[in-house]
Ligand binder design. Structure first.
Ligand code: AMP
Length: 473
C-alpha cells in the first residue's frame, strides 16, 4: 500500500488584529527562515475581510515562488504559510499547501507538518460520503473531516477539531485559517514542533523559533502536545484536546539530529547545544588518535566542534559545501547524480593529505551519500579515516513525516556496523549509541519518538503502509 503523501514541512501562522495590515511579506520571511524544512513547494494564504481568502502556491524555493507581485496580491492581516519537503514521488503543484476549500460561505485553508498514518482509511470514508479529492495531501483529508463534523454534526470549529483529533492517527502540527479565524493544533504526542511568538500586538506560530528571529518576534512558548491555540480579543486562548492526557509525548529525535536548524530551540532544548553534546558523547564512546576532526557540512559542524573540544584534537574544515546546490536538483542518470555530490561537496586536499582524520556526519540513512563522500575524501589521500555518526543506526522507516527510506533501502537494516565499515572501506566506523543520543538531547527517553532506531512506534502502523524516501542528489 502506498502511504499518503507525507508532509515533513515548515508551517507558519500569523494573527494581527489590525485589519489594515498586510502580513504576507512577514510570513514570507518566516518561511524563508524555514526553507531547510522543505524546498519542493511554497504557499501562503491570507484573509482580508473585504476580499476574503487569497492564496498562492508554487513549486520550488520560496524565492522562486514569490516575487513582489505575488506578495502584493496577498492582502490581509491573518495568514498561514507552508514550505514542502521533497520526496521521491508525488512532486506536483496540487500537493503544495496551504490546501484551500470552501467553508461556510467562505474558505478554510490549512497547512500541515507531519504524517497521518491512517489517512488512506479516512480518505476512503470521506470518498464514500461523496467527497472528491484534488490532491494526495493529508491536509485535504483533515479539511474535509472538519467540514463533515461542522456541517453534518453542526459542531463549532473547536468541537470539530476535537472530534477529528480522535480519528487521526499520526503526527500533525497544523495551522488553520477559517475565514478570519486562526487556529493552531499540535498532536497529542507532540511529534512535530510548533511554537508561538509575539511581535508588537501580533502573534506568530511557526515550526521553529528561527522563523521568529527572522522577523524579530519574541518567542512566547512551545504549543503543548494536544493543545489547540486560537485567539479572542487579541489574546491567546488554549484548549486541550481530550486525548492530551492519555498520549505519551513522542518528540521526533531527528529534529535535533538533522532536520531543524541549529539556531532553533525546540521544546526548550537548543538544537546547536544538542549537536555539540552529540560530539561530546561520540568522544566518550570513541577516543580516537587523530590529527583533525572534520565535519560533513553543514549539519555536522556542531558535533565536530563538540568532539574537538572534548578531545583536544583540532577542528578543521576539510570539505567545502557549495551553498547554491539545492536539493531539488534533478539528475536523471547515475553519472549525473554522482557528479552532483562532487558539485555539492569538495575536499580541501591540503587539509586532508597525509592526516589521520575523524570525519563526523549527522546520520547514515541509505548509505549512498557516505559512500560517495568517502570516495571523494579518499582522493585527497588521508593517512587514516575514522567515520563517526551522530545518529544511531537507522533500522526502520519513519511513518510520521521524516521520509527516511523503506526498510529495504536502509543500510543499517540490512548490514551490521562491521559490514558497513567494510563497504565504506575505512579505518573505523562508530555510531552514537541510543542511550548516548538520549543523553545528548537531555530529554526523558520516554518522551522521544525513536521508532526509526528501535521500531517502537508511538502509534499502530497499518499493515502494508509503505514508507517514502526523501529526494536528494
Ligand atoms: P543517505 O545515507 O545517502 O540516505 O544520506 C544521509 C544524509 O542525508 C544524512 O547525513 C543527512 O545529511 C541527510 N538526510 C538524512 N535523512 C534525511 C531526510 N529524511 N531528508 C533529507 N535529508 C536527509
Amino acid at each position: 500500500m502506498q502511504g499518503e503523501i507525507e508532509d515533513k514541512c515548515g508551517i507558519v501562522g500569523f494573527h494581527s488584529q489590525d485589519e489594515s495590515k498586510d502580513v504576507a511579506s512577514l510570513v514570507y520571511y518566516c518561511l524563508y527562515a524555514l526553507q531547510h524544512r522543505g524546498q519542493e513547494s511554497a504557499g501562503i494564504a491570507t484573509f482580508n475581510p473585504q476580499k476574503g481568502l487569497n492564496y498562492y502556491c508554487g513549486m520550488g524555493l520560496i524565492t522562486d515562488v514569490f516575487k513582489d507581485y505575488e506578495i502584493n496580491n496577498l492582502s490581509g492581516s491573518m495568514a498561514i504559510g507552508h514550505v514542502r519537503y521533497s520526496t521521491t514521488g508525488q512532486s506536483k503543484l496540487e500537493n503544495s499547501q496551504p490546501f484551500v476549500t470552501d467553508f461556510d460561505d467562505g474558505f478554510i485553508a490549512m497547512a500541515h507538518n507531519g504524517d497521518i498514518v491512517n489517512s488512506a482509511e479516512l480518505r476512503n470514508e470521506l470518498k464514500a460520503d461523496g467527497y472528491e479529492f484534488m490532491s494526495d495531501t493529508d491536509s485535504e483529508v483533515i479539511c474535509y473531516m472538519l467540514k463533515k463534523e461542522h456541517y453534518d454534526n453542526n459542531k463549532s470549529i473547536l468541537d470539530s477539531i476535537e472530534s477529528v483529533s480522535k480519528k487521526l492517527v499520526g503526527s500533525y502540527s497544523l495551522v488553520i485559517l477559517v475565514n478570519g479565524d486562526l487556529y493552531a493544533v499540535r498532536d497529542p504526542m507532540g511529534i512535530k514542533p510548533l511554537a508561538i511568538a509575539e511581535r508588537n500586538d501580533d502573534f506568530i506560530l511557526a515550526s521553529e523559533t528561527v522563523a521568529f528571529d527572522a522577523i524579530n518576534a519574541k518567542y512566547i512558548r512551545d504549543i503543548v502536545p494536544g493543545e489547540v491555540v486560537y485567539f479572542e480579543n487579541n489574546e491567546i486562548r488554549s484548549h486541550m484536546l481530550d486525548l492530551s492526557g492519555n498520549c505519551k509525548f513522542s518528540h521526533c529525535m531527528f529534529e535535533y539530529v538533522y532536520f531543524a536548524r541549529p539556531d532553533s530551540t525546540i521544546d526548550g532544548i537548543n538544537v546547536y547545544e544538542t549537536r555539540m553534546n552529540i560530539g561530546r558523547q561520540l568522544h566518550k564512546l570513541y577516543q580516537i588518535d587523530a590529527d583533525v576532526v572534520i565535519p560533513v557540512p553543514d549539519s555536522s559542524i556542531p558535533a565536530a566542534i563538540g568532539y574537538s573540544r572534548a578531545s583536544g584534537i583540532p577542528y578543521g574544515e576539510g570539505l567545502i559545501k557549495n551553498r547554491y546546490v539545492g536539493r531539488t536538483f534533478i539528475m536523471p542518470t547515475q553519472e549525473e547524480r554522482e557528479l552532483a555530490v562532487r558539485l555539492k561537496l569538495n575536499p580541501i586536499k591540503e587539509a586532508i593529505k597525509g592526516k589521520k582524520i575523524i570525519l563526523i556526519d549527522d546520520s547514515i540513512v541509505r548509505g549512498t551519500t557516505s559512500k560517495q563522500l568517502l570516495d571523494l575524501v579518499k582522493e585527497a589521500e588521508p593517512a587514516e579515516i575514522h567515520f563517526l555518526v551522530g545518529c544511531p543506526p537507522v533500522v526502520a522507516p519513519c511513518f510520521y513525516g521524516v521520509a527516511m527510506a523503506t526498510k529495504k533501502e536502509l543500510i543499517a537494516a540490512n548490514y551490521s556496523v562491521e559490514e558497513i565499515q567494510e563497504q565504506l572501506d575505512i579505518d573505523s566506523l562508530g555510531y552514537i549509541t541510543l542511550p548516548a543520543l538520549v543523553e545528548a538531547i537531555g530529554m526523558d527517553e520516554r518522551d522521544l519518538c525513536l521508532g526509526c532506531l528501535n521500531e517502537e512506534y508511538p502509534t499502530e502502523i497499518p499493515e502494508g503502509l509503505e514508507a517514502e524516501t526523501y529526494y536528494k542528489p
